[in-house]
Write a protein that binds this ligand. Structure first.
Ligand code: SAH
Ligand code: SF4
Ligand code: F3S
Length: 447
């Protein structure tokens, strides 16, 4: 590497492009940290000496995006033959994907998966030495993951913290349990230590990450609840905001609701994926709750925390979804009034039980339902969105705005706020009067 840098008489550069969820974003910070220890310097563009795609495969579109962009990387590599192209993440955990990469994208230098990020430096050495594609993939055991990796955080004042890996829920449409392996919880001691280190390093907001944080700790030698982990995290000085993602409705406890309601630091936001409002479809999805139990839960949460922002994920067109089933989804959206919702067209993932279910819904019907759902989500969210106008609330300022003289931050409930200010405010939590709501963001005045 040093030789290559000397030959080019400039430092070598890297770029990590992240697809998919927060888990991947967190892994990308580790990849970036390792690359910097190896001597690479970050650059904004993919026209770099080392480019990594940290991939997602949750829907077919995610795969297509990666294949589409690989062609452009090859263009850069033709100009810069020493360039290293690496692929990792969830998509690579599937043997058929790796076969396709080997056959159609031979210019890729390195392929690895979700379980061997800690081998990244060694794999890179091998890829630099060998002239053939280096491929290293491990099966889904999360218990031996090495945690203590260098890390380059995107923001100094906020950070994700993995509290668990993998997923055991096997929702019938979902590929995640296959590519991320079995559920494994880190010990509370390790997690709290990591948060303390982050706090010492200037972090004010943490996001605890897991596919289903509500089942955190159940399989530990000394089982602990997610709510008790939150209470321990809250005691750490310097940490002012605690977020978490994602909550599965089937495991959300009264203890968690009480802990959130009585906490100063746990944010006023809950992402509670609904997926479908039809009890019959939920059964086929293996979600293990009903329309009624979801509505009851949402009601209980709103009662305990009237200001809370409730957001959700919804899939349209799961196999066998009838017009009546879809009407149940609309009914739940109408009754809960989500502050926002990620809506997805069902995407068939090979290897999942739903892929071979009968009565796959046609594209036309799916799109037509999707549009109707989006309209209702938007209508209900708009009704709720202005409710904080006139109040003074705390904003964590995150970045400067494209508009000169403005900065952008977030409320505890995750709403975006723009206000007048400069770079010196970044990373600070300030009191802001919310003067105007425009669509889904506020304008405010520093108090
Ligand atoms: N663990 C999280 C979800 C992770 S995947 C949870 O259980 O909530 C993020 C979202 O992608 C899911 O909530 C779901 O709405 C969507 N999704 C997953 N698989 C999908 C598929 N095959 N087609 C369409 N959307 C899907
Ligand atoms: Fe996928 Fe269900 Fe696990 Fe979420 S809980 S990652 S949707 S299998
Ligand atoms: Fe995608 Fe993997 Fe996350 S499949 S949604 S990046 S866990």
């Amino acid at each position: 590497m040093d030789a290559a840098s000397a030959r080019l008489s400039r430092p070598l550069t890297y770029h990590v492009t992240t697809f998919g969820c927060q888990m991947n974003a967190n892994d990308s910070e580790k990849l970036s940290g390792i690359l910097e220890v190896m001597g690479y310097e970050y650059t904004e563009t993919e026209d770099a000496d080392f480019v990594i795609y940290n991939t997602c495969t949750v829907r077919e579109n995610a795969d297509l995006k990666v294949y589409g962009r690989l062609g452009r990387l090859n263009g850069y590599k033709k100009k810069n033959p020493g360039m290293v192209i690496g692929l990792c993440g969830c998509m690579m955990q599937q043997p058929e994907v790796v076969e396709k990469i080997k056959k159609n994208y031979p210019f890729v230098d390195l392929v690895f998966g979700t379980h061997n990020i800690s081998d990244f430096a060694a794999l890179t050495e091998k890829a630099l030495d060998d002239n053939v594609m280096t491929v290293s993939l491990l099966d889904g055991d999360n218990s031996g993951l090495i945690e203590d990796l260098p890390r380059k955080r995107k923001f100094v004042f906020k950070s994700g913290v993995n509290i668990m890996y993998g997923c055991n829920n096997f929702c019938t449409y979902c590929i995640v349990p296959y590519v991320r392996g079995r559920e494994y919880s880190r010990t509370p001691g390790d997690i709290i230590e990591e948060i303390k280190r982050l706090s010492d390093d200037g972090v004010k907001e943490i996001m605890l990450l897991g596919q289903n944080v509500n089942s955190y700790g159940k399989t530990l030698d000394e089982p602990v609840s997610f709510a008790s982990l939150l209470r321990r995290a809250e005691e750490i000085d310097g940490i002012e905001r605690i977020r978490f993602m994602t909550s599965h409705p089937k495991d959300l406890s009264d203890e968690l609701i009480e802990t959130m309601a009585s906490s100063e630091k746990i944010c006023d936001h809950l992402h509670l994926p609904l997926q479908s409002g039809s009890t019959e479809i939920l059964r086929k999805m293996n979600r293990r709750y009903t329309k009624e139990s979801y509505l009851e839960l949402a009601g209980k949460i709103r009662e305990a925390m009237p200001d809370i922002s409730l957001t959700t994920d919804i899939i349209v067109g799961f196999p066998g979804e009838t017009e009546e089933d879809f009407a149940e989804t609309l009914d739940v959206v109408d009754r809960v009034g989500f502050d926002s919702a990620f809506t997805f067209l069902y995407s068939k993932r090979t290897g999942t039980p739903a892929a071979t279910m009968e009565k796959q819904v046609s594209e036309d019907v799916m799109h037509e339902r999707f549009d109707r759902l989006l309209e209702l989500v938007h209508e209900r969210a708009t009704e709720r969105s202005g409710r904080l106008t006139g109040r003074t609330m705390k904003v964590l300022v995150e970045e400067t705005n494209r508009e000169p003289g403005l900065v952008t931050g977030r409320l505890s409930n995750n709403f975006t706020v723009h206000l007048e200010g400069d770079e010196s405010l970044i990373g600070q939590i300030v009191d802001v009067e919310l003067t105007e709501c425009r669509g889904f963001y506020y304008f405010g005045k520093l108090k």
